[in-house]
Every structure is written in C-alpha cells, then in structure tokens.
Design a protein around this ligand. Structure first.
Ligand SMILES: [Zn+2]
Length: 199
C-alpha cells in the first residue's frame, strides 16, 4: 500500500492549485448559492426540493440523460411541493406541473439526479416530470397541463438529444422494477406525443 500514499498528497496539491485558480463562483462553498439561480426552463418557477432528497451531479457530463419519466402525483400541487421539501420523504422530481393552469415548478436542477423513478439506473439517466392529479381522475389532465408539460418535455428532448418517442418518453409504470401505476390508463399518450412533436 506504499503507492497509495503519495497519490492523495499529489491530489491535494492539485486540488489546492485548481481552487486557487478557480473563479469565486466555482468554489464548493458557494455551490448552494449557485443552485438558486434561474430555473433551467424559462417558464418554470424555482421551488427547490430539500437537499437530502436528490443527488448532486453534473449531468449530462457525469451521466447521459436518455429518458423523460412521466408521473402523476396522487396528491395536490402544494402537498407535492411539501413532500419534496421534507427531508424525511426521500423523494423528488425535477418538475411539477399544476393541473388548473399548467403552472410549472422546478424542484431539482436538470444537472442533478432527482429521486423519482424508484430505480437508480433510471434516476441517473432521466428527467422526472410530475403532474398534479390522480390516476383515476382524468379531469385533472387539463388541456393546459398537457400543453405546458409537452413544451417542457420537447425542450428537454432537444437539449439532451432524446428521441421524441415512447421508447424515451416513458411512464413511471414502465420503469423496470416499478410498483407504481402512474400516470395511469387515462393519460392520453397519443395526444401528448403529438403535442411534444409540435412544440
Ligand atoms: Zn411516479
């Protein structure tokens, strides 16, 4: 184990040199502040999840983003934001779309890994979008919810080169190992994909 010794020392030296040269905004201590910048999507309002409910990352450099996972909350918009802000809940999504007016909240930066899919391999490679509603209440899936969500999904697909098809824009229930049923049988996939394509 002799070899291991010089390496940390060297790494520390390099890290010290890098920090000395780094602009102030890149220092680790300012990272939390940097996360409160503007949302990734122009129509979104920033409602950050608790830092205990997602994994910081540097996507797409650290992990490619290959999927959009579509969810339905089974709770109100306000309740869902509260869940994401509760450190004991251990759950989050990147975005939440409100039923009544298509209001869009961003809760986790796209570069970070939200905990929404129930499958780590899919969490690291996806953007999770929650929709306010219940799987057995199709009335929650309003025109404006579909339209706003489709515009968001289209922009995510364009940004990361994700094909706009059902192999890449998937339901939570399609994530391997998932025991969830959302977005349920009333989610109109044909309509949604058409809107994504046109956005
Ligand atoms: Zn879900």
């Amino acid at each position: 184990m002799e070899r291991a010794r010089p390496l940390p020392t060297r790494r520390r030296l390099l890290r010290g040199a890098a920090l000395a040269a780094a602009p102030y905004a890149l220092l680790p201590g300012t990272r939390a502040g940097a996360r409160t910048r503007a949302p990734d999507h122009p129509l979104a309002v920033w409602h950050p999840a608790h830092a205990a409910n997602y994994t910081p990352a540097n996507r797409p450099a650290s992990h490619p983003v290959d999927f959009v996972v579509i969810h339905v909350t089974q709770a109100s918009y306000a309740t869902t934001l509260g869940v994401f802000q509760n450190r004991r809940k251990q759950v989050s999504a990147h975005y939440l779309v409100r039923s009544a007016d298509g209001g869009l909240a961003q809760c986790v930066r796209e570069s970070d890994i939200a905990w929404h899919a129930g499958n780590w391999d899919y969490n690291i490679r996806s953007i999770g979008i929650e929709h306010e509603g219940w799987v057995d209440r199709p009335g929650c899936f309003t025109d404006v919810l579909y339209e706003r969500s489709a515009r968001l999904t289209a922009s995510v697909c364009d940004k990361y080169g994700i094909p706009k098809d059902r192999a890449h824009i998937i339901a939570h229930y399609e994530v391997p190992g998932s025991d969830h049923t959302d977005p349920g049988p009333h989610w109109d996939w044909r309509r949604y994909l058409r809107l994504v394509d046109r956005a």
